[in-house]
Design a protein around this ligand. Structure first.
Ligand SMILES: Cc1cc2nc3c(=O)[nH]c(=O)nc-3n(C[C@H](O)[C@H](O)[C@H](O)COP(=O)(O)O)c2cc1C
Length: 254
């Protein structure tokens, strides 16, 4: 590990670097259950992941029942980690989060001094506009048609009203990553999974239409394994703009 550490960077960066670089996707688990208090603590940590406008749309559905995991298996392309791991955490995104959380989050942030009244005013002006799907849910159609034209004349960000799933996938993925790193720090192993049939998985779990499921994460104690992990070099991935060009990337024009 120490080969890439920068001298003097500080123990917390060293510790975090070790954590991030030693996390592995593990697909073989011991049958040992995870103590409830530990699992709960990991989920409590994951809720501190950032989210757009702090709306917190991630929902954590924890499946520990072996029979239910068995029923999930076909929807998960028979990937064995579903039934081997003592728990599978389904990371879901709530399509209705604006209606459920906007008011209470803004009020909570104001009360706790997390935002200024000026920022509150901005949130109240922009967020409803970004999320509202208008009368009879048809407003998104208007936004989907008008936004690309308006964008020719002024910058317009992508709107959750139009791209709700893409917006949710970003939020949910950040929560899942925090969860996986926390699990690793606790001596547990995880594997992020997108290899499943979302509709079938939702039916087996009885999840409502308002939830989308971008990712599921089996979690447990790793069985002995010897797979190593590999990545492309950092200079193949990083492009610097506004400073010295530190590498010769093919994918970014000079
Ligand atoms: C979004 C996403 C979906 C993934 N889906 C699966 C999956 O369905 N099944 C699986 O075995 N691994 C899955 N993986 C794990 C990757 O194969 C793994 O992260 C990658 O090979 C790098 O290995 P590492 O996680 O050990 O660093 C997925 C990873 C990500 C980020």
């Amino acid at each position: 590990m120490s080969d890439n550490l920068i001298d003097g960077a500080g123990p917390s960066l060293d510790a975090f670097e070790t954590l991030a670089k030693t996390r592995r996707s593990v697909r073989d688990f011991l049958p040992d259950p995870i103590p409830d208090a530990l699992l709960w603590r990991l989920l409590d940590i994951a809720r501190w992941a950032p989210s757009g406008y702090n709306l917190q749309p991630t929902r954590f559905v924890v499946v520990t029942d072996a029979a239910l995991c068995e029923r999930l298996l076909p929807a998960c392309m028979d990937q064995r980690q579903i039934t081997q791991a003592p728990a599978v955490v389904v990371f879901a995104g709530d399509r209705d989060v604006f209606a459920t959380n906007f008011e209470r989050v803004v009020r909570m942030e104001l009360q706790n001094g997390s935002i200024s009244p000026e920022y509150e005013a901005k949130l109240r002006e922009f967020v409803p506009l970004a999320f509202s799907t208008g009368p009879a849910g048809l407003g998104w159609l208007w936004k989907a048609t008008i936004a690309p034209i308006a964008r020719l004349f002024r910058p317009i960000p992508s709107m959750p009203a139009v791209h709700r799933s893409a917006w949710l996938i970003k939020q949910v993925s950040l929560s899942a990553m925090v969860f996986m790193l926390a699990a690793h720090a606790a001596g547990l192993a995880t594997v992020p999974m997108e290899g499943f049939d979302e509709g079938r998985l939702k039916r087996v779990l009885g999840l409502p239409r308002s939830l989308i499921v971008p990712m599921i994460v089996p979690v447990g104690y790793a069985a002995p394994h010897r797979l190593s992990k590999t990545r492309l070099g950092v200079d193949a991935l990083v492009g610097m703009r506004g400073g010295e060009v530190i590498n010769s990337l093919e994918w970014i024009p000079k």
